[in-house]
Design a protein around this ligand. Sequence first.
Ligand code: ZN
Length: 228
Amino acid sequence: MLVADLASQGGPGAPAVIVTAGVHGDEPAAPWALLSLARDGLFDRDFAYRLWPCTNPSGYILKTRESAEGIDINRSYGRGRSSPEARAMLAANRDRKFLLNLDLHEDFEADGFYCYEPKVDDAAFGSAIVQAIDDAGLPVQDLEHGYELGYPPTATHFTLERGRVIPDAEIETTFQRGLPHSIALLRSGAAARSLTFESPLRLAWEDRIAIHRLAVVTALERLRLPVP
Ligand SMILES: [Zn+2]
């Protein structure tokens, strides 16, 4: 499993961002979007980065959500339900602190971009990203209760806006059983903020890449601004 670090122009000790993709092997635009961001120098060097472009390599090759062992790796970051991939990431990231975690996914049911943004304060990163996607003429998903978000039907700890799922971060961290990486980072305090991006699998490849690139770049721009 590849991991790459990009140093900040501010030298060691600069605030760090972690970006991961490909935990579900059947969501291929996410890893390629992350690699293209690095190739094109779009990671703002005011920050340091830890990049994990494909955290489920066997699933990527097999084009399956799960790993070759049949594990949904993104439900294996908690105690009791682990995977070799999750253990390797957690060990490699031990003692690291991140200002921001970004996790890139795709959704086979969606018609447009949306993001999960556990609420940690009033900085609405998701609003800025939805605006940027709109401005680029790319589609944004209308979300309403009934849209499949992976929560049990009884869950009420989140609000929905166009293109945004906003769970209460504190409840979210106690709520999920097989823990996703993004929630594990919030729960341990390793990440101060976490955003998960979803592009629609049914869209053209170029548009899915463009959606992720724009979402990442806009989140990094927002990170430079003060939190209200
Ligand atoms: Zn996914």
